[in-house]
Design a binder for this molecule. Structure first.
Ligand SMILES: Cc1cc2nc3c(=O)[nH]c(=O)nc-3n(C[C@H](O)[C@H](O)[C@H](O)COP(=O)(O)O)c2cc1C
Length: 145
């Protein structure tokens, strides 16, 4: 399965989650690209069979770079239907992190993707969360298309 993990990260927490998800997916047989959001266009997103989006929580919401990419997919309505959609968030607090998770999930739902409930990491990314991320990536890589 062709899997694209797209993330933004300023201080490394979300990036560590992205790399762990990518590693888990690759070890489970997926063909994986892990990429900063700056390097991804809607047309690249379209080529993946599973798209996994990761954002830090900024002011109770996803970061603007991820929002920009998502907004740019508006012309691709229908292209993602029934593809697999995953998401993950790093935040300072659980409350704001959960809100941020909702925004990512909502975007995938509007694209009618098959959503795999995502992972929230609060504070510095722990080894436990990274293990969870690896399992998450593996789970997605093993899903039926
Ligand atoms: C501009 C900015 C705004 C933030 N706003 C929030 C917030 O509203 N709620 C929260 O829980 N954490 C907030 N944080 C904390 C980050 O979500 C947290 O440090 C996260 O782990 C950063 O991810 P990164 O290491 O991948 O950059 C904010 C951080 C920054 C830099």
């Amino acid at each position: 399965m062709k899997i694209l993990v797209v993330y933004h990260s300023q201080t490394g927490n979300t990036e560590r989650m992205a790399q762990a998800i990518g590693k888990g997916a690759e070890e489970a047989g997926g063909s994986v690209i892990v990429s900063p959001v700056d390097d991804v266009s809607p047309d690249i997103l379209k080529t993946a069979q599973a798209v996994i989006l990761g954002s830090p929580c900024y002011f109770g919401n996803i970061c603007w770079k991820m929002k920009k990419l998502i907004d740019e997919t508006v012309d691709l309505m229908g292209e993602f239907k029934n593809k697999i959609g995953g998401y993950f968030v790093s935040s300072g607090t659980k409350k704001d992190g959960e809100k941020t998770m909702y925004f990512l999930e909502r975007a995938l739902a509007i694209h009618q993707m098959r959503i795999v409930p995502g992972i929230l990491s609060v504070g510095a990314t722990s080894e436990g969360i990274l293990e969870e991320c690896k399992r998450y990536g593996a789970r997605i890589a093993q899903m039926e298309l």
